[in-house]
Design a binder for this molecule. Structure first.
Ligand code: GLU
Length: 302
């Protein structure tokens, strides 16, 4: 595996830094474009890594997976009365569909869907941002995980579109709490910093029928784990989920911080990070690295 990772690093080197670091959140644009890391975690806890795999980065939309899982523990199937499980085919922050579909977001991985999930967590936890960090600390085994407050504040300052989505959903009675409180907690989740190693470990239970080797417990039932993986496969990469299925062939979730988590069911969890993004908002070198990795090993689930 180590020599394969070196080969992949070599293959994608010319692409690292190509594309554009997200700048719609000003504090996020300060990250160096030339970073690249990859970590693979086997279901028995073996870690393979290369490059900047231990450097924490802004997890952004990858947090949507974990806040969904936190909510699934409490709400079970009730979640699906407030958010759907269809791909949207539109950008992650689009408002068009939301008006047509009466405030029920298509899936939990577009912003509107993640905001509804955050609203549900807001109703369950006195401090949902702390609950989320504690959850990630337990799942990754790294108790030093923190929020980058500068990024959270910068997102809050530029919240107009997310606020519009949340207020629109409130007008359709699909939002229970104060919009501004939920928004700030949602941004705190996006602004959590974790490394490729942390994320590969934290997501490993999705490759292992819901069982976390770190906590020694089931995080989700087997059926819920399959449901999350199905959502990742159909809606995890903004409006590029089709290309990701075609090129990589794994369930996955990306974030505008340049991270992508991917799951090889029954075997491995993977996290790749490189901050420069393609037009769809996915890590350009990260996509290429995952494509090369799955082609070499024949890991596609399709
Ligand atoms: N915090 C970002 C936003 O709401 C998440 C972006 C992302 O990674 O998709 O706009």
């Amino acid at each position: 595996m180590d020599s394969l990772l070196s080969q992949i690093l070599n293959d994608v080197k010319p692409l690292v830094g190509k594309g554009k670091v997200a700048d719609y959140i000003p504090a996020l644009s300060l990250v160096e474009a030339e970073k690249f890391g990859i970590a693979i975690c086997s279901n028995d806890g073996e870690i393979y890594k290369i490059g900047d795999a231990d450097l924490p980065f802004s997890i952004q939309s990858i947090s949507k997976v974990f806040s969904l899982i936190l909510a699934m523990e409490f709400y079970g199937d009730e979640i699906w009365t407030r958010v759907g499980h269809e791909p949207s085919g539109l950008p992650f922050n689009s408002l068009v569909q939301l008006e047509h579909e009466q405030g029920i977001p298509r899936n939990p991985f577009i912003n509107a869907g993640a905001l509804v999930v955050s609203d549900m967590n807001q109703s369950k936890f006195a401090a949902p941002d702390i609950a989320m960090r504690e959850f990630l600390k337990k799942l990754s085994g790294n108790y030093s995980i923190q929020v980058d407050k500068k990024i959270a504040d910068s997102e809050y300052e530029h919240r107009a579109r997310n606020a519009a989505a949340a207020y629109l959903m409130k007008s359709f009675n699909n939002f229970d709490n104060e919009v501004e409180d939920v928004l700030y907690n949602y941004f705190c989740n996006c602004a959590i910093k974790m490394s490729c190693v942390d994320l590969a470990k934290a997501a490993n239970f999705l490759a292992n029928k819901g069982f976390s080797f770190i906590t020694g417990k089931k995080v989700l039932t087997e059926n819920q784990t399959s449901q999350v993986n199905a959502l990742l496969a159909t809606s995890g990469l903004y409006d590029e989920a089709g290309s990701f299925a075609f090129r990589v062939g794994l369930p996955g979730k990306s974030g505008v911080g340049g991270g992508i988590v991917a799951i090889v069911p029954g075997q491995f969890s993977i996290c790749v990070w490189s901050p420069a993004l393609n037009e769809a908002g996915n890590s350009l070198a990260g996509m290429a690295a995952l494509e090369s990795l799955t082609k070499h090993i024949g890991w596609s689930v399709y």
